[in-house]
Design a protein. Structure first.
Length: 356
């Protein structure tokens, strides 16, 4: 028998969350963002469950080629475009839409006569200052692309830095709209947070990611309240138990000390499985469906949980680390991170099962 840990991916939850996103999109077309192996869910599996999307957004050629090999025929957006001239023939071979975000890419494209036509996205830096063209350099880049005989269409795109935060999108949105007025091009702006929170930022193509996986883009708002269902459940079993007396300690660094008699379950999941090592004692966890807490440090292959008073808890008991019944957002918040990081960090050694 394999070690008792697995991730279960719910195709039904993915499909449901896509419908929620589509309702917010109100007719705008939708890229399902499946970068980072679909936030840990598996790019092929996610594409199958999300097949009602209008296209898929990925990071690199590896993921794009995996999607094509899996039979995906819809448009594929490459969020960082191409990196080297040798990448260019792949765009045509696999019919991919690159994001062009720097002058070097424009030049590579200019120097490489393509054997057929491609669509491109042109990224505008509206203030995040990570990727994209600013107010002065946008026009020359746009013109160069429009004049390229093999570029079929150019869509303007930008990304918000604080769509989930106090700053919101208004500053970037106003700036982008003022600039984009001078261009006859479709627009793509919104990630999950902007899609939910700022209907005026929808544009022609929206780009939700995290909400499709059933997590909330907002710290102050649960996924459940947004009608999102967790797509990934990470579960394991208790493989050993201990009884502690007051004053006895547990785990590396002896970081947790029992204040009284307590029962502890040792769970077959550690940071080498993707559980966040920085999750402190007190991080929520379910044992036999009952909510309890971790105690002591997360180690490579194990965590310890308080099972005092949980009926029937012992070796073989079911443990939910996150997912159905316990939001990854909540576990992430306890560990000082985001559900994005937890989902993406699911380790390759964890077997994945698919559920309806
Ligand atoms: C990752 C990403 C998204 C999706 O963001 P979420 O917050 O997961 O919805 C959208 N656009 C770009 C450019 C991205 O890199």
């Amino acid at each position: 028998m394999p070690r008792p840990i697995r991730a279960t991916i719910s195709a039904g939850a993915l499909a449901h969350n896509l419908l929620v996103a589509k309702a917010y999109a109100k007719g705008a077309r939708l890229w399902a963002v499946v970068k980072a192996n679909a936030y840990g869910h598996g790019v092929e599996r996610a594409a199958r469950a999300l097949d009602a999307a209008d296209g898929f957004a990925v990071l690199d050629f590896q993921e794009a080629v995996r999607l094509r090999a899996a039979g995906v025929s819809k448009p594929i957006l490459m969020l960082e475009g191409f990196f080297k001239p040798v990448d260019l023939p792949l765009l045509l071979e696999h019919d991919l839409t690159p994001v062009i975000h720097n002058a070097e890419q424009v030049e590579m494209l200019r120097l490489a006569p393509l054997a057929g036509e491609i669509d491109v996205y042109l990224k505008v830096n509206s203030g995040m200052n990570r990727l994209g063209f600013g107010a002065e350099s946008l026009r020359p880049a746009y013109n160069a692309l429009r004049m390229h005989p093999q570029v079929r269409s150019v869509t303007l795109m930008t990304h918000f830095a604080d769509a989930d935060g106090a700053g919101g999108v208004q500053g970037q949105l106003d700036w982008f709209n003022a600039l984009a007025k001078g261009f006859e091009a479709p627009r793509s702006l919104a990630n999950s947070a902007a899609l939910i929170r700022f209907p005026e930022a929808r544009g022609d193509w929206v780009r939700p990611g995290i909400m499709l996986y059933g997590c909330s883009p907002f710290a102050a708002c649960t996924a459940e309240s947004l009608n999102l269902r967790p797509a990934m459940t990470l579960s394991a079993e208790i493989i050993a138990t201990q009884r502690l007396h007051a004053g006895e300690r547990i785990g590396y660094g002896f970081s947790y000390e029992a204040v009284g008699e307590m029962a502890v379950g040792v769970v077959a999941c550690g940071y080498a499985d993707g559980y966040p090592r920085h999750a402190p004692s007190g991080t929520p966890v379910l044992v036999n469906g009952r909510r309890t807490r971790t105690v002591g440090r997360v180690s490579m292959d194990m965590i310890c949980v308080d099972i005092t008073g949980i009926p029937g808890a012992g070796v073989g008991s079911a443990v939910t680390l996150w997912g159905e019944g316990l939001s990854a957002d909540e576990v992430a918040a306890s560990a000082g991170t985001l559900s994005y990081e937890l989902l993406c960090a699911l380790a390759p050694r964890v077997p994945v099962a698919e559920a309806a």
